[in-house]
Design a protein around this ligand. Structure first.
Ligand SMILES: [Zn+2]
Length: 197
């Protein structure tokens, strides 16, 4: 997901030097709207091997490289593994650690909220999306341990957006047909664009 207009301190590429493991990685190629991989269902990860650790590093690097990303699913870099990362950055009031989750599963939902979303795979398109406000998620962390997360607000929204990606769903699938119709030309442009490789 790309960031909403909100006051936050962005993690910059200089910050990556503080994470020694990331020093050797380089950003992966993002997949854009129209790429059939974005419509596929990703497969569960059985165990954390070196490949998963590398994927985590590469995806963090890819997310920070975008400059405006706050979440990324493996599907968006063409890898059909159930893995996602969320890093909404720090605000003046709060500090957030990045979330790196394998096989995330939503156990329960509560409430409802509407907020504007964007997607790194659908550049420059933004729309209001209605989603549950609060969720409980079960997942596996990078150590292979099962963890539970209860969250609301922006993190809950980004998590739902990224879990959708793992199921081949895009945020534009969750807006009204009329609104999507209005975005038709922009979507077509993204589909036909030559994306940098
Ligand atoms: Zn997205």
């Amino acid at each position: 997901m790309s960031k909403p207009k909100r006051k936050r301190k962005d993690r910059q590429s200089e910050d990556i030097d503080e994470i020694p493991r990331l020093a050797k990685t380089k950003p992966l190629q993002l997949r854009y709207y129209g790429d059939p991989v974005l419509r596929k269902r990703a497969e569960p990860v059985q165990e954390i091997t070196e490949a998963e650790v590398k994927l985590a590093d590469d995806m963090l690097m890819t997310l920070y490289d975008t400059g405006n990303g706050i979440g990324l699913a493996a599907t968006q870099v063409g890898i059909l593994k159930r893995f996602l990362i969320v890093d909404i950055g720090d605000t003046d009031e709060e500090k957030f650690e990045p979330l790196l989750l394998f096989n995330p599963e939503i156990l329960s939902y509560e409430g409802e909220s509407v907020a504007e979303e964007g997607c790194l795979s659908i550049p420059d398109v933004r729309a209001d999306v209605k989603r549950p406000e609060k969720i409980v998620v079960k997942a596996m962390n990078l150590k292979g341990e099962e963890i539970g997360i209860e969250t609301d607000g922006l993190i809950a929204r980004v998590l739902q957006h990224e879990i959708d990606h793992l199921n081949g769903t895009l945020f534009i699938d969750r807006i009204s047909g009329l609104k999507r119709q209005l975005l038709r030309n922009e979507l077509k442009k993204i589909q036909q664009a030559e994306h940098p490789t």
